[in-house]
Design a protein around this ligand. Structure first.
Ligand SMILES: [Zn+2]
Length: 100
């Protein structure tokens, strides 16, 4: 399973996507991703075994606009303190809460 960058259409393994996530909205389970190929941003909503790709619509209260969903077998998502933690195989990625 590969995920597709919404800007440059690069196909990226989930591990690569998660490694290029930099920060998170912990309560919403959203992650901020910078594409390693085109350096543009996407937003992800992550859950156990599933990732939605989309973007945040601005405005006073941000809404997540879904574009695609991917099943990511073995993905576990949980919150630890101020971090959103993604577990996949032997990879663990901690995404610090976005500063306001
Ligand atoms: Zn890209």
């Amino acid at each position: 399973m590969k995920m597709t960058c919404r800007h440059c259409k690069a196909n990226l393994a989930p591990e690569v996507v998660f490694e290029n996530c930099t920060q998170s909205w912990v309560e919403q389970r959203w992650a901020y991703f910078i594409c390693p190929k085109c350096s543009k941003a996407m937003h992800l909503e992550v859950k156990d075994e599933f990732v939605f790709v989309g973007f945040l619509d601005g405005g006073p209260s941000s809404a997540f606009i879904y574009e695609r969903g991917y099943t990511v077998e073995g993905l576990k998502v949980f919150v630890d303190g101020n971090d959103l933690v993604l577990h996949l195989g032997n990879m663990e990625r901690r995404l610090p809460r976005k500063e306001r």
